[in-house]
Ligand binder design. Sequence first.
Ligand code: GDP
Ligand code: ZN
Length: 363
Amino acid sequence: MRNLVISLTELGWNSSCQEHFAAFKDLGFEAARVIQEHKEAYLLFAEGRELSGEVSGRFRHQAQSKGDFPAVGDWVAVEGRPGETKATIHAVLPRRSAFTRTAAGGRTEAQVVAANVDAAFLVSGLDGDFNVRRIERYLTLAWDSGSSPVVVLNKSDLCADVEARVDEVERIAIGVPVLPISAVEGRGLDSLRDHVGPGKTGVFLGSSGVGKSTLINALLGTDRMKVRAVRQDDSHGRHTTTHRELIVLPGGGVVIDTPGMRELQLWSDEAGLKQAFDDIETLAEQCRFRDCAHRSEPGCAIRRAIKLGTLDARRYESYLKLNRELRYLDARQDQKERLLEKARWKKLSAGRRKRNRHARPWR
Ligand code: GDP
Ligand code: ZN
């Protein structure tokens, strides 16, 4: 299926992009959005045309980590000759938000799986899959990315007490929209559309089987993704990406659906955790001792809240668990940064030595 002419505005181009792009425009570059990535070969949408792109040699040389490379959803500055479909990517514009994950191979290097996302739809099924603790984890992920979370409770047709579920989620997702939806019956879809309108970019997060593809198809109004059929036809038993990873919706709005997004792992920072567990952080400030470990200290506000039932012990457990995971990741990240820094200094001083060797008399 070929896409017709799509404007940058339909892809989400806005005044902030324009501002960031100004300097590149003066240099004669063109703006484009990354719609697919495969082994550092990029499919791009520029104004009214599709391009295939690769980063320039200079870009590659200057990139310090995987996270610096273009990702689906990124706005890039490209150089492409008129009439040709190949383009060279010279720069990635600053990201409004980014979902990252640990790069493959077990190294702790953040790799961007989706950039410039406005709305993160955290999808759960109101069937056996429903799990508040999991929603908490996804909330942390969403806050960390810089996008705005929207909790989607799909399969409401299978649930006898939707209201109670919504209440339950609203208690842990303070200030976050919670939308009960039935993708198969088309109920609540308009509330979803409100968050991914023209110029806005959304992603769908959630376990396999909660209905992400069905929801995306419902928004598209076609069976474009052919969820089941594709999976069955594929002899490798994997999801063939015949569909684009960045999908433009008929009424405007963009959905990013990459394989990386589908298997997103926890890669959080402190700020996101604090925001998702704001109530616990606030409680902890009320403990008598500043360094309270919330075990058996007198005057511990957290223990008291658990005893009184105002804080769910399981919620506190998942907070502790996330904290532990974060500390582990932090430690590995620190180690990695120290090594990088060392390498950088080595390179710098080698360069300096070289320059001194070739020093010109007028310098
Ligand atoms: P994904 O893995 O998250 O993309 O999930 P799919 O979209 O493939 O959906 C998994 C299954 O759930 C399919 O059999 C869908 O028909 C079904 N499903 C999706 N949405 C709903 C819904 O609102 N109600 C019900 N009853 N089933 C749904
Ligand atoms: Zn305490």
